[in-house]
Design a protein around this ligand. Structure first.
Ligand code: GLU
Length: 468
């Protein structure tokens, strides 16, 4: 049997990191088994589905390298198919039109609750005669289509969660469509999974309780039952459900912050799965080779941003300098001198965790700097001492020819001088602060070498003036 999985997002928001994981696991499972992975956009909810969200989902998947073999199919383009099957259910008396108004349903619910019962549809319209139904439809009385659910136990084996059993006696006849051409999610999904020959439905835990209802629909329609696997949800570090409050939650937000797709994929894969062993760095190809549903954990997966930063730093360090400079460009505005940028990013490659940090780290190379004079002070140096220190650096640096202006030379000469002080910081701190305007930055030799002689001296002079 060919393994066929699908990712079936509703385009009602940007691609969430949790949905990306669902997509990734379904993708990895299919690839690992030489199967097919299908993308299906579930856009039957007309009010909430938006083209910009579909675009975001598709672009995010492509950026992550989660590539599909078929699709994107759109449910909104498949209404004839759903109509055919919904009619069949109605004709076979497995589904029926329900004309109960919202007020009637609400009154029933309250009645049940007051008797301490769980609310469920009482079945008012279950046995309306054909004539009654036709009359009401002709009168254009508002209606929905309900599916008959008998009180029975539904058992199935979830690949991840194990055996599951649901008592359908607790569930009333469920609404499966607003009308023949407006199926709801549970019905449309079941029909598509059949039509698309899906062998494994791999999705988030939030759909676990939908599964027995979908199994009943499959049986009613005479469809084979696919295998099911539901992943645990992703939790914030305090074990609460992850939300926007916990920072970026959409894949495109992580992209904007400057995480590389390789890092994000590696990170997401380990949210609730691990191949065993200590190896942490996995390319997509390696993930495909090693992935198995058996190793997906049952408990919630904690979202640990430090882990993402660690992986991201690793992947950034692997980049050739030219590429890194290119990737950093959008965070720095108009820059024409790529050689200059390459020199800068090579100094920061070691410490970058995400590309957006380059702006904070290296903005001073491109813009005039402003800082408080107090920044120039090393330990308990007096203003006079700071000024002397800066004058000293200036004098030494002025003597270095432009063609000898490189990191090695600057370091040799300045260190020789710094060693003469009782504390090297007395020479090096004010100099570094004067060049960068930052409390923490790359060292003064790196910075001076890149800034060049003219700019370096200019900044030292400015610092001296600041002290006056
Ligand atoms: N469209 C559903 C969602 O976005 C997924 C349904 C499914 O995977 O079966 O939550």
């Amino acid at each position: 049997m060919e393994i066929r999985t699908r990712f079936a997002p509703s385009p009602t928001g940007n691609l969430h990191i949790g949905s990306a994981r669902t997509a990734l696991f379904a993708f990895l499972f299919a690839r690992n088994k030489n199967g097919k992975f299908i993308l299906r956009i579930e856009d039957t909810d007309k009010e909430r589905s938006k083209p910009e969200f579909e675009k975001n989902i598709i672009e995010s998947l492509k950026w992550l390298g989660i590539n599909w073999d078929e699709g994107p199919y759109r449910q909104s383009e498949r209404l004839d198919i759903y109509e055919k099957y919904t009619k069949k259910l109605l004709e076979e008396n497995k589904a029926y039109y329900c004309f109960c108004s919202e007020e009637e349903l609400e009154a029933q619910r309250q009645d049940q609750q007051s008797r301490g019962e769980a609310p469920k549809y009482v079945g008012t319209c279950r046995n309306l005669s054909k004539e009654e139904v036709e009359k009401k439809l002709k009168e254009k009385k508002s209606s929905v289509i309900r599916f008959k659910i008998e009180p029975e136990k539904i058992k199935f084996k979830d690949i991840i969660k194990g055996g599951a059993e649901f008592d359908m006696g607790l569930v009333g006849d469920m609404v499966i469509a607003k009308n023949l051409r407006q199926p709801l999610f549970a019905l449309a999904g079941v029909i598509d999974d059949f039509e698309m020959n899906i062998s494994h439905v791999i999705r988030g835990d939030d759909h676990f309780t939908n599964t027995p209802k979908q199994i009943l629909l499959q049986r009613a329609l005479g469809f084979p039952q696919p295998e099911y696997g539901h992943f645990p949800m992703i939790l914030a570090p305090d074990r609460s459900k992850m939300s926007k409050r916990d920072g970026a939650t959409a894949v495109s937000d992580f992209k904007k912050e400057g995480y590389l797709p390789e890092a994000l994929i590696n990170f997401i894969a380990f949210l609730g799965w691990n191949p065993g062993g200590t190896k942490e760095i996995y390319s997509t190809d390696e993930l495909v080779k090693n992935f198995s549903l058996e190793r997906v954990q049952k408990g919630g997966a904690i979202f640990n941003i430090q882990k993402l930063d660690y992986l991201s730093g690793f992947y950034i360090r692997q980049l050739p300098i030219g590429k890194l400079a290119e990737f950093c460009l959008p965070y720095l505005g108009e820059i024409k001198d790529m050689d200059y940028l390459e020199k800068i990013v090579s100094v920061y490659q070691e410490r970058l965790k995400k590309l957006s940090e380059i702006k904070e780290f290296a903005g001073f190379f491109f813009n005039d700097i402003e800082y408080d004079g107090g920044l120039l002070k090393w330990k308990d140096m007096s203003d006079k001492e700071i000024e002397q220190s800066l004058e000293n650096s200036k004098k030494i640096l002025e003597k270095i020819e432009n063609n000898n202006w490189n990191k090695k030379n600057l370091e040799d000469i300045l260190m020789l001088e710094a060693e003469k002080e009782k504390d090297r910081g007395q020479l090096l701190w004010p100099l570094r602060a004067a060049l960068t305007g930052q409390k923490a930055s790359a060292g003064p030799f790196d910075v001076a070498a890149i800034l060049g002689k003219e700019k370096t001296l200019e900044r030292i002079k400015k610092a001296i003036e600041l002290l006056d």
